[in-house]
Design a protein around this ligand. Structure first.
Ligand SMILES: [Zn+2]
Ligand SMILES: [Zn+2]
Length: 112
């Protein structure tokens, strides 16, 4: 391999490497984004149900604030919701996160 060939070789290697690098990152983004369609779908299902009248907007179940949001315990059950105001909604999510930290075995250990 002469000098010229060598530099060509490295140039190609770098291009190939960069391409692979970009592809792996792109895939990770895709996985990340794929988490959201379920949530979007669940939220849209709630909106539709409210418009149809099959679901009635409720005040916050904790404090009675009328500006409540629909909270999903499980996005695969789009109409199983709890009505919570912004503050109590955030509280609940924070508590859930803490539960995940303090009770990791429940959520992360696969059943053998
Ligand atoms: Zn509240
Ligand atoms: Zn929520």
């Amino acid at each position: 391999m002469n000098k010229e060939e060598k530099s060509q070789y490295y140039k190609r290697w770098r291009e190939k490497h960069r391409e692979q690098h970009r592809r792996s990152h792109g895939q990770r983004n895709k996985v990340y984004r794929a988490k959201y369609p379920e949530r979007r779908k669940a939220e849209q299902a709630v909106e539709r149900a409210i418009k149809k009248g099959t679901l009635i907007r409720q005040p916050c179940e904790v404090c009675g604030d009328p500006r409540a949001q629909a909270h999903h315990d499980d996005y695969s059950k789009p109409l199983i919701i709890r009505w919570l105001c912004d503050k109590h909604h955030k509280n609940l999510h924070r508590r859930k996160k803490e539960e995940l930290i303090t009770l990791p075995h429940r959520k992360h250990t696969p059943i053998q």
